[in-house]
Design a protein around this ligand. Structure first.
Ligand SMILES: [Ca+2]
Ligand SMILES: [Ca+2]
Ligand SMILES: [Ca+2]
Length: 580
């Protein structure tokens, strides 16, 4: 297999791997050793390195980001729920009114003043928590004690969650859902008769409840509706960080993820009942279950990648950057935020933005390391860098030469601007255009061809202008005057007289025969470069004039015959130029 085709196969493989990745993205659940074998019922934390899990026999476990350790408690009651508002305000509740507070140093078993089994807790602030339990029990607790609230049911309440202390939802048996508006608890119209075991939301009009037989309900601010999930296994807990990043867990290792549009099953790697789930602010997922099982999904940092429209450019130009190639396993591209450091000086030059494209113009020459930072919704970041070089563009320098045309008819000229140059661009990319008469309007388009030929209709003096343009659009122009002269046969005219028709033979010989060979052109050049001087010499010397005239007169018939015989003759192919 050739190198190229190997490369090709690698690319195909990578593309295939990418398309397969989505369904497997959440396969990376790992089992965490808890050191505990009894049931774990609930999990909550303030951060991924400050997580609490509670369970049977008064067990409270704490995770510091590396290991789970059992915390000291004064209770042996089965604990059913844990929640909090900050690292130094955690509360847990359990059977026969068990209620413990953690203020950052140790668990205080102050009790709830209730004898009912308590199964749900939610903290609205560091000094206020709400607790629910059997017989429709609802308690409001501060840092000292708890007091019962007037409930709207005698059915068991299993879970509680709120937006604020004046907007709280509680769910329980037979699909019951209660709402507290800061004054009283009232029953909401539920769309289900299934037992509800968990409630969580992101806003007053975006709340989710999960329960028996794979039930998940959604509240949109006006009513509760059942979401299609695709399981009949009981859900024991639901939690997330966004309405497109949430998880529901339940019986037999049942684990579903919601991405904002559909619920999809994820392989949890366990068959144990999963009873608690909590998603950290950095979008790591902690799930606890029977027999001390804890499983964990770690949010993967995004992949940062970007394109720049060119690796080098001028201070007069704008560079365009596109971070659309960045990606993340958990989050959609639109959810990723990006920011830029144009010089790689460690100071970010833009705010975080969901817009993936940006542009920047450098004012100073230099080599710059452009750095992109990409952040996912769990605030995990990645960076990517590219080096670009920026130079100051200077104008090109225009130069050109003019030479008489090869036919030497005097009205055809050839110009050559090859000597023009630029300090940044090679000659090949420089473009030129011409103004043949110096009258203002350009007579040619810009072209990288540096030579051009032009034939004038009138023999006079012209100013020829050239303009040169570099790749950065800078231009420079120069001009020179060219005086066209009649192609006078000076010596022959003096010898034969201005009106002698034989002059036309000589003109034809010059223009259609001699001009076709290098030697002929050299001869013409010699004739015209020496002509003026020789003519003066001949005119001043009658003997020389006589001798020269006789020679020329004898040569002309020979020339005439040679032209007629010559296979190179073009007399039959085109009309000769008119004699001047
Ligand atoms: Ca991620
Ligand atoms: Ca910077
Ligand atoms: Ca330049």
């Amino acid at each position: 297999m050739g190198k190229a085709s190997f490369k090709y196969h690698v690319i195909i493989y990578m593309l295939a791997a990418c398309t397969c990745k989505a369904p497997d993205a959440f396969a990376e659940w790992v089992s965490m050793p808890s050191g505990f074998t009894n049931n774990l019922k609930s999990v909550w934390g303030s951060a991924s390195n400050d997580v609490f899990a509670v369970g049977s026999n008064g067990a409270i476990l704490h995770y510091d980001g590396a290991t789970w350790t059992k915390m000291e408690t004064a209770t042996t009651a089965n604990l059913e729920a844990v929640s909090g508002s900050a690292a130094n305000n955690v509360v847990t509740a359990g059977i026969t009114g068990a209620f413990l507070r953690y203020k950052g140093t140790g668990w205080l078993s102050t009790g709830s003043s209730s004898n009912h089994n308590l199964s749900g807790v939610w903290s609205s602030s560091p000094s206020e928590s709400f607790v629910v339990g059997e017989n429709g029990t609802i308690l409001q607790c501060d840092d000292r004690d708890c007091s019962p609230m007037v409930s709207a049911t005698i059915l068991p309440l299993n879970a509680i969650w709120g937006v604020s202390s004046t907007d709280i939802f509680a769910v329980g048996a037979n699909g019951i859902i209660l709402h507290y508006d800061g004054i009283s608890w009232t029953k909401m119209q539920s769309s289900s008769k299934e037992h509800l075991y968990s409630v969580w939301g992101v806003a007053f009009n975006d709340v989710f409840a999960a329960g028996a037989n794979g039930t998940v309900l959604h509240y949109n601010g006006t009513g509760w509706t059942k979401m299609p999930v695709g399981t009949i296994k009981d859900f024991w807990a639901i939690n997330g960080t966004y309405n497109d990043y949430m998880f529901a867990v339940g019986d037999e290792g049942n684990l579903f993820r919601y991405d904002g549009s559909t619920w999809s099953e994820t392989e949890s790697g366990t068959a144990y009942p999963l009873q608690g789930v909590w998603v950290s602010p950095s979008n790591d997922v902690f799930v606890v279950g029977a027999s001390g099982n804890i499983i964990f999904y770690k949010n993967i940092p995004p992949t940062a990648a970007f394109l720049v429209n060119k690796p080098s450019g001028y201070t007069t130009e704008t560079f365009s950057f596109d971070a659309s190639a960045s990606s993340d396993v958990e989050d959609g591209k639109n959810d990723l935020l990006v920011r830029w450091d144009w010089e790689g000086d460690g100071r970010w030059d833009t705010e975080y933005s969901a817009a993936k494209t940006a542009s920047f113009q450098y004012t100073t020459e230099g080599t710059y390391t452009v750095t992109l930072e990409v952040m996912d919704k769990g605030m995990l970041i990645s960076t990517a860098s590219q080096t670009i070089s920026v130079t100051v563009n200077t104008s090109p320098i225009a130069q050109f030469t003019v030479t008489p045309g090869t036919r030497n008819n005097s009205n055809t000229i050839t110009v050559d601007a090859s000597e023009s140059y630029d300090n940044q661009d090679p000659a090949g990319v420089l473009e030129v255009r011409w103004d043949w008469e110096g009258d203002g309007p350009w007579d040619t388009e810009f072209s990288t061809a540096k030579t051009a030929t032009h034939t004038y209709a009138t023999i006079t003096t012209y100013e020829i202008r050239v303009e040169i343009r570099d790749s950065g659009g800078l231009t420079n122009s120069t001009a020179q005057k060219v005086t066209l002269k009649e192609g006078r046969l000076c010596i022959a005219s003096v010898l034969l007289g201005e009106d002698d028709p034989r002059l036309n033979v000589l003109r034809k010989y010059r223009d259609e025969f001699l001009v076709r060979s290098e030697e002929g052109r050299q001869l013409i050049h010699l004739y015209y470069s020496q002509g003026e001087e020789l003519t003066k010499l001949i005119e001043a010397n009658p003997a020389l004039k006589h001798l020269a005239r006789n020679s020329l007169e004898s040569i002309i018939p020979t020339i005439e015959k040679a032209m007629a015989d010559s296979r190179h003759s073009v007399l039959n192919e085109q009309q000769g130029p008119s004699a001047r």
